[in-house]
Design a protein around this ligand. Structure first.
Ligand code: AMP
Length: 281
């Protein structure tokens, strides 16, 4: 496995691979890797001759400085895991390498970027789009892999690829869960034992909401039930929404959307913010 810290040598390495007919797949991550990330690597390996995993905690997507500071960083372990699962290339750049001088470019995705994560994490998607654009330009992958867990991010990156004509296809990988249903997340490392147990309520709430909505209950009533269930476990609910999965319009009734409806939830366990989602059908 090759490890690069700098853009120039990585580009030269990949150009050589491309010139020899290799296809290149990219899995962008912020490290503290878990099995969810591994499933992206595996999907990438199946479809590409060279799998590149970027590990970079991108400051421009953090609206909360404390969250950035406390974000788990486990590069040595990550490298061992990636080697074990047959990743070909790791790109782990410094902030200087990625940003140099302070960036002045921002992205505005309109309505898609203003709800849910966009509402509660102002500037988050602009930072995500900036760093993902940089990675696409540096790696020039044929395919890039993102997780269902960050559904809104996936929808926004799809817009980015379509609008800016990036010459690649995006692939979505299902959310990998712990045995009790909690979506795997790097931030789970920050939960103590009790918080870890309570955090499962996010997944349980999505299941409960799915049953209730499918039985014809109104979204507003289901939101109230979810709020009660989540708060009973000591979590602070930030939002529970049902959205059109493509344009992310928030729905008042499940019948209102044009595309598959998706339920999205975000909440705090202590000071750790977790998200999850589930399609309704
Ligand atoms: P992160 O390192 O959290 O920024 O995530 C990097 C990529 O892994 C993103 O595309 C995430 O959506 C994806 N990912 C994170 N958690 C999971 C999971 N539990 N299952 C599948 N993919 C995931």
């Amino acid at each position: 496995m090759e490890i690069f810290r700098e853009i120039g040598p990585l580009k030269a390495f990949l150009k050589d691979k491309r010139d020899h007919g290799s296809s290149i797949g990219l899995v962008p991550t912020m490290g503290a890797l878990h099995q969810g990330h591994v499933s992206l690597i595996e999907a990438c390996k199946q479809q590409n001759s060279v799998t590149v995993c970027s590990i970079y905690v991108n400051p421009s997507q953090f609206n909360n400085p404390d969250d950035l500071l406390k974000y788990p960083r486990t590069l040595d372990q990550d490298i061992v895991l990636l080697k074990k699962f047959g990743c070909d290339v790791v790109f782990s750049p410094s902030n200087d390498e990625m940003y140099g001088e302070r960036s002045i470019i921002t992205f505005d995705f309109g309505a898609v970027g203003k709800v849910m994560e966009g509402e509660f994490r102002p500037g988050h998607f602009s930072g995500v789009a900036l760093v993902v654009s940089k990675f696409f330009n540096i790696v020039e992958p044929d395919r890039a892999y993102f997780g269902q867990k960050d559904w809104q991010q996936f929808a926004i990156i799809q817009k980015l690829v379509d609008e800016l004509k990036f010459n690649l296809t995006l692939h979505r990988v299902d959310t990998l869960r712990e045995h009790d249903g909690l979506a795997m997340s790097s931030r789970n490392l920050r939960l103590d034992e009790n918080q870890r147990r309570s955090a499962t309520v996010l997944y349980e709430s999505l299941n409960m909401a799915k049953d209730a909505l499918q039985a014809g209950h109104e979204i507003a009533a289901v939101r109230k039930q979810v709020l009660e269930k989540v708060e009973k476990q000591g979590l602070k609910l930030e939002y529970f929404e049902v959205a059109d999965s493509k344009n992310l319009n928030l729905l008042k009734s499940v019948k209102d959307g044009e595309n598959r409806p998706i339920m999205c939830i975000a909440g705090f366990v202590g000071d750790v913010r977790l998200i999850d989602n589930m399609f309704l059908d």
